[in-house]
Design a protein around this ligand. Structure first.
Ligand SMILES: Cc1ncc(COP(=O)(O)O)c(C=O)c1O
Length: 363
């Protein structure tokens, strides 16, 4: 029983999180069914990787590999790089923080090609004393590109990216490729990792494996760059940020050579269906985003409509992501999900007379 008979969860008031993230809301959802607010792989986590993580309990009394050397070697083999060009982290978020701290306070940075960017960059970079500038500022010392952009889904092809990096020669490019694996079997050829040899220290590529292996509870990220930049990151990275369960999960998942096949097949089909349904009710999905991107970014026409669609989804146990904190209050983003849940959500929208009337009025 509790110390004073009061459940501690009702006793304390929880302060808001420092940086809101969609994946939090499902915990408070009545009748939770499916989480559209996160952008994890529709196939879920590889079973063999879960098994490998569970088997690690046998080693629970021991420290894990301090620098995650073994998983780094496996990953080096997977992408064709040297392990000294790779760090493994507790999600991509750890690298956003570490990268911000290898530059001197006062260093200028810009989100590119627009100001709509995964929020944690702004928080970490501001905390580290870096100065944000306009997206058009080619002289910014750091350029951050999320590719595909994690909110809008807009995507820059590798040839175009090469030109941008070559042209803005004073800038170090931090490229977040947390969703590029959805591109298809050729994703490694599309990755900005291919540009590291050409541009050396000026290209740093981070990736959230948390997303594509659907393991947010475990968390996994990688950073790939020149040996020199990776050494600078290593100097400030705390030991053991990637626990032994996550390391084993990572190694086993890498062995699953065919694992992404299902994702490559289903994501474009379900993404297309979600866009079609949004258009049918009169809203505007972002058609600039390629169809393989594992989320749909939608203009709901007004802030009121977006807020109502967000609330209806939450109440039905199908939370979606409202983009107001990206300064886009009329937009929502939905992870691509199984069609039975997609249809469940659209039944709710279509049967809500008030929502349909609001959309009609806003057109
Ligand atoms: C573009 C982008 N980068 C990084 C992250 C954080 O990844 P992780 O959960 O692996 O820390 C996210 C999570 O939503 C993201 O959308």
């Amino acid at each position: 029983m509790f110390r004073d008979e009061i459940d501690p969860l009702t006793k304390y008031e929880r302060p808001p999180v420092q940086c809101y993230h969609g994946g939090q809301s499902f915990r408070y959802c009545p009748n939770f069914k499916c989480d559209f607010s996160v952008t994890t792989n529709v196939s879920g986590p590889p079973a063999s990787a879960i098994k490998a993580a569970k088997e690690q309990f046998i080693d629970i009394e021991h420290y894990p590999d301090q620098d995650a050397w073994v998983p780094r070697c496996h990953f080096a083999d997977y992408i064709g790089f040297h392990p000294n060009q790779i760090r493994l982290g507790n999600g991509a978020s750890e690298f956003i923080d570490l990268i911000s701290r290898i530059f001197k306070p006062g260093t200028t940075w810009r989100p590119y090609p627009s100001q709509v960017l995964y929020l944690e960059f702004e928080r970490a970079f501001t905390n580290a004393g870096l100065l944000k500038t306009e997206s058009s500022n080619a002289n910014a010392e750091i350029t951050v590109i999320v590719n595909p952009n994690s909110t809008t889904g807009d995507y820059i092809e590798i040839d175009e990216l090469r030109k941008i990096i070559a042209a803005d020669s004073k800038s170090t490019f931090v490229i977040d490729e947390s969703f590029i694996m959805s591109y298809g079997p050729d994703w490694i050829k599309q990755s900005a990792m291919q540009l590291i040899q050409e541009f050396g220290d000026r290209v740093m590529v981070l990736t959230s494996w948390t997303k594509v292996w659907a393991c947010p509870l475990l968390r996994l990220g990688t950073l790939v760059s020149s040996e020199k930049m990776i050494e600078r990151i290593a100097e400030i990275q705390a030991p053991w940020t990637v626990n032994g369960f996550a390391q084993s999960f990572f190694i086993a998942a890498l062995q699953e050579k065919d694992y992404f096949k299902e994702m490559w097949e289903t994501t474009p089909l379900w993404n297309a269906e979600m866009r079609k349904l949004f258009k049918e009710i009169g809203c505007k999905p972002n058609e600039n985003s390629p169809i393989w991107v594992p989320y749909v970014y939608v203009d709901m026409l007004t802030q009121e409509i977006a807020t109502k669609a967000h609330r209806l989804a939450f109440d039905a146990g199908l939370p979606i992501r409202l983009c107001d904190d990206f300064h886009q209050p009329a937009k929502v983003r939905l992870g691509v999900r199984e069609l039975k849940y997609v249809h469940m959500l659209f039944d709710i929208y279509k049967n809500d007379k008030e929502l349909m009337e609001m959309i009609k009025q806003a057109q």
